[in-house]
Design a protein around this ligand. Structure first.
Ligand code: KMH
Ligand code: ZN
Length: 311
């Protein structure tokens, strides 16, 4: 594993998993998303992971003008790394999700390394009514929905990342996705060193047990030796415990309202910055690693930096 004393904190500001009914604090408009991202960066995030939503309804969309507006607003105030999603929502087709890469040429974007039945429908059991009409159908549709990232999709998308010098953050939802990554690395679709994001706790992917993180790191070591770094998303209430485990193992961490809406049991986080502040404070108390600045993260991940006005 590549060693880096500092911790790379990513903040996933809004995502496409949670629906507006679940929290009044979920940012929806480009202005809200950008303000949340800037505050998260001030709290210690060196990467902000960005999805966009329909400003009126909060529905996940891939509108490039919205991505552009969010990025411009963030860049006007912050040098944080803006990492758009190419995962979009599980209901969207891979090419549509990835259009942000050729259009806005970000320095980094997420890239999902395998297909899963991305099941959001258990959320339905927790709410009697929904704020917007689309929410119930959206969640229900995931019962029988494959979030499609086939080898053909990846063999099409990864060359687009390469062409635009956009570093892929490799999202792995299960151990098999590490083997997919190894295959694509060996075939020349990905250049080492690689940055993995282990996603624990999506219904349809690997669970949030500590042993799973240990195992994924161990398998990554076997497959990639000294040529990888990793970060962890612990979905829901596992966000902080898996984050601290990752930091303790020499990895990095992602927090944010995309992955977890709660600051603690029964207490909604009122902002993304609160979640970043909490992981910073826990890591200060429990570990002896510092927090990476955007410049340090760019250097460690060998990012191209910002090369155009949009991203
Ligand atoms: N939604 C998360 C579980 C992406 O946007 O490309 C993982 C993610 C993927 O953030
Ligand atoms: Zn995402």
């Amino acid at each position: 594993m590549r060693s880096f004393d500092s911790i790379i904190i990513s903040c996933a500001v809004t995502g496409a998993i949670h629906v507006p009914t679940m929290s009044p604090h979920l940012p929806v408009t480009p202005k809200e998303i950008a303000e949340e991202a800037i505050a998260a960066a001030e709290a210690g995030a060196s990467i902000v992971h960005i999805h966009v939503r329909n400003p009126e309804t909060g529905e996940p969309v891939t509108d490039l003008d919205l991505f552009r507006e969010v990025a411009e607003r963030i860049h006007a105030e912050s040098d944080v790394i803006v990492q758009p999603t190419t995962g979009g929502a599980p209901t969207m087709a891979p090419k549509e999700r990835a259009s942000v890469v050729p259009e806005l040429e970000p320095e980094m974007a997420s890239c999902n390394m395998g297909s899963i039945n991305f099941g959001l429908y258990p959320i339905l059991d927790k709410y009697d009514s929904f704020k917007h009409d689309w929410e119930r159908d959206y969640l229900e549709s995931t019962r029988d929905l494959i979030f499609k990232n086939t080898f053909e999709d990846l063999e099409t998308l990864l060359p687009i990342f390469d062409e635009h010098n956009t570093a892929p953050e490799l999202e792995c939802y299960d151990v098999g996705h590490l083997y997919n990554t190894k295959y694509l690395l060996d075939q020349g679709f990905i250049e080492p060193p690689i940055h993995l994001q282990f996603v624990l706790g999506i219904h349809g992917g690997i669970g949030t047990d500590s042993e799973n993180l240990t195992h994924m790191v161990r398998i990554a070591e076997k497959l990639f030796g000294g040529e990888f770094s990793f970060s962890v998303i612990g979905a829901g209430k596992s966000e902080f415990v898996r984050g601290i485990q990752s930091i303790d193992m020499g990895g990095h961490v992602r927090v944010g309202l995309e992955d977890n809406l709660y600051l603690g049991p029964g207490t909604l986080a009122e902002s993304n910055a609160e979640l970043v502040e909490k992981i910073v404070s826990l890591s200060e108390d429990l570990t002896n690693r510092g927090i990476a600045t955007p410049a340090e993260t760019r250097e460690f991940l060998r990012l191209k930096g910002r090369t155009n006005t949009a991203m």
